[in-house]
Design a protein around this ligand. Structure first.
Ligand SMILES: [Zn+2]
Length: 349
């Protein structure tokens, strides 16, 4: 990663190609939902989390299977062209698997278990016949106690990917307040897990400490959540940030990045889905963290994601024996190594 100086002799060496900017390893998009690519622009920005969740249910039926598939093909193509080698991808159904089978991108598929009234656990188990697929609960507010514990306690060699503290309403639900609580009350959803007292406490009491977990969003994270998590887990935890999605849905800025950096935790980058983002560009996500050194951000976007998905033997750094892509970051300010508005990634290899 980075730029090396070279002596004058190198440009005469046969077979040497020159690129301006920075070369880095291929990216690992730690959190996306490629099957929702057809919803680009379908949900209005800034409505808040509860409004977003209920509109997704409404607009989903408005698109044909063909439209859904062609959006998945285009999203896969765009991610590859912009240097994404691997994706931690949430799946609810089977629509994306045909594209993935012929894709150059490596996908780890998290078959998402959710449903307060009717849990889809059995249906999601059928998706385990596809390669690189494991179960995960959607979040600490959308799955009842028994299926949550069952998913968290089985196949513990596989990582989990849990939407976590995306908004304050997740914690407030446990205190009988906030927008999720109001929504559940209005539609008559009962929760049998509120005795845990908080999303964090629910996770540490349900997930074995030796299991690796990707915690996705972390917008409403407090230091006490970090402390509780870190003291429970012996396996590595990965804190996935998706800043553009948070801004799209609720206008929330990724404040927790300072806490995570101060505790030297493993930060990863995800784009979330095109239902809450205008593109699946990793560089656009990195632009949101203007005060953080570029070399550190590139680790978030490469090796940290690869470790989280357990594929760092193949991806995440440019090393002999690995199969990482090589990405050219152009439009970078090379005087102070910062991204500019014009920065973008182009795959070279
Ligand atoms: Zn998500």
């Amino acid at each position: 990663m980075g730029v090396d100086e070279y002596d004058n002799g190198l440009d005469a060496t046969e077979g040497v190609e020159f690129y301006s900017g920075i070369l880095c390893a291929g990216f690992v998009n730690a959190h996306s939902h490629i099957e929702l690519a057809y919803l680009r622009g379908a949900i209005e920005e800034g409505g808040g989390y509860a409004a977003f969740a209920s509109s997704i249910g409404k607009v989903r039926g408005e698109f044909s299977e063909e439209e859904q598939l062609s959006a998945i093909v285009e999203a896969d193509r765009a991610m590859w062209a912009e240097g994404v080698d691997a994706v931690g991808d949430i799946v609810n159904g089977a629509t994306s698997f045909a594209v993935k089978e012929s894709s150059k991108i490596y996908y780890h598929n998290f078959a998402e278990v959710f449903g307060l009234r009717e849990c889809n656990l059995e249906r999601q188990r059928e998706l385990l016949r596809y390669s690189n697929t494991s179960l995960t609960p959607h979040s600490t507010y959308s799955v009842q106690d028994a299926p949550f514990k069952e998913v968290c306690g089985s196949a513990i060699d596989k990582p989990l990917s849990i939407h976590f503290l995306e908004s304050e309403s997740e914690s407030k639900l446990y205190n009988g307040e906030g927008s999720l609580h109001e929504w559940y009350k209005a539609v008559g959803f009962e929760c049998d897990f509120l005795h845990y007292g908080s999303p964090t406490q629910r996770i540490v009491e349900s997930v074995p400490g030796q299991r690796s977990v990707m915690l996705v969003h972390n917008c409403a994270l407090a230091q006490c959540d970090i402390d509780t998590m870190v003291s429970h887990f012996t396996a590595p935890l990965y804190w996935v940030l998706c800043p553009r999605s948070n801004r799209y849905i609720s206008g929330i800025e990724p404040q927790s990045v300072a806490l995570l950096r101060a505790s030297k935790l493993n930060i990863c980058i995800g784009t979330d889905s095109l239902s809450s983002n205008w593109s699946l560009s990793m560089v656009e996500e990195l632009k949101q963290f203007s005060g953080v050194p570029l070399a550190e951000k590139l680790q978030w976007a490469t090796i940290n994601g690869a470790k989280a998905l357990g594929i760092d033997d193949r991806f995440g750094t440019i090393e002999v024996g690995k199969h990482s892509g090589i990405v050219n970051l152009i439009g970078v300010n090379l005087d102070d190594f910062t991204l500019t508005e014009a920065s973008r990634a182009v795959r070279i290899l």
